[in-house]
Design a binder for this molecule. Sequence first.
Ligand code: TRP
Ligand code: SF4
Length: 334
Amino acid sequence: MSRPQRERIFSGQRPTGPLHVGHLIGALQSWVRLQDEYECFWGIVDWHMLTTHYEDTHELDDNIIDMAATWLGCGIDPERSTILIQSQVKQHAELALLLGMVSPLGELMRLSTYKDQLENLKDKNINTYGFLGYPVLQTADIAAYRATRVPVGEDQVEHIEKAREFVRKFNNLYGRGKQPLLEPQAMLSPTPRLLGVDGRKMSKSYDNAINLSDSPKTILKKVNTMVTDPQRVRRNDPGDPEVCSVFAYHRIFTPEEDVEQIAQDCRTAAIGCGDCKRRCAERLNALVAPTREGRARWLERRSDIEEILAAGNAHAREVTEETLQGVREAVGLR
Ligand code: TRP
Ligand code: SF4
C-alpha cells in the first residue's frame, strides 16, 4: 500500500498494439523492480497514441486491455502500483492545457523527436497542433502526480528535459516561492539498444519485433530470418560473430560464459548458424514465456482487468486532483 514518504514515479506507454521484447527489457522489467521502492503510477497513454494514430482508433479498446494484461502478466502488481488510463483522468488534460500557455512553440518545434517523426511518419499527417503538443501532454502526465522520477529510454530524455523546463517556468511564473509542480528527473535503464530481426530499430511499424505474445515457434521463425555473417556460406566456413545480428542478440540474451563459447565456435565453424539461431530463439523464449503466459491468463479475466483499471483511474484522479487544486489556485483560477 502507498506510504506517502516514498518518492513518486510516473511512466507510460502508448497502446499502439502488441508489446515486444524491447518493451520488456527496456521498461517493464525495471518497472517491476521499482515497485518495491517507489510509489508508482503507470499510465496507458491513449491520448498520446492519438497524436499520431488519430485516423485509426478501432483497435484502441483492445489495445488498452492487451497492454494492461501484458503489464499485469509480467509482474506489475496492482496492490503496489497504480495502473491508469490517461484519458480517464481528465486532470492530465487540464494541466496540459495550462502548461501549454507557457510552453514556447519554438522549443517544441526544435525537439529532435518532433523533427524525426515528421520526417519518418510521412504516411501519417501529423502536421497538427496535437502532435506538436506531445511533450506538453507528457509533462502534464508526470507533473500531475508531482512525480520526481521518470523511468524512460534514451530517446525520451529530451522530453523529460523539456518537462523540467516547462515546470520550472510554470513555478517561476505562478509559484510565489511555492512549488505547485515538481521538476522531474529521467531514470535511465541500463539496457542495451535492441534492434529488430531485420536490423532496424525494433518497432511494430517495421514488423520486425519479437512480441511478448509470440509462441516458441513464431520466435524461432523470426530468428531464422535474421542475417548472419554473409561470408559464412557453407557449414564449414568459419564465421565472424561481430558482423552477425544473431550474435548481437546472444550478447544481450545469453549468459556471458556461453556468449564467449558461441563466438569461439562460430570462428572455428564448430557451430552451425541453424543451431546458433535455435539457441538464440530458446533464450528469447525463456525470457518471454513468463509474460506470455501471464498475459494469456489475465486475458481470460477481462472483467478483473477492467476492475483494476477502474480502481487505478479512481486513485489517479484523487492524487492528481490534489495537485490541480494547488495549480488552479496558483494560476488565479479560483
Ligand atoms: N512518450 C513516451 C514514449 O513514447 C510515453 C509517455 C507518455 C511517457 N507520457 C509519459 C513516458 C510520461 C514517461 C512519462 O515512450
Ligand atoms: Fe552468427 Fe551464430 Fe552463424 Fe556465427 S554461428 S554467423 S554467430 S548465427
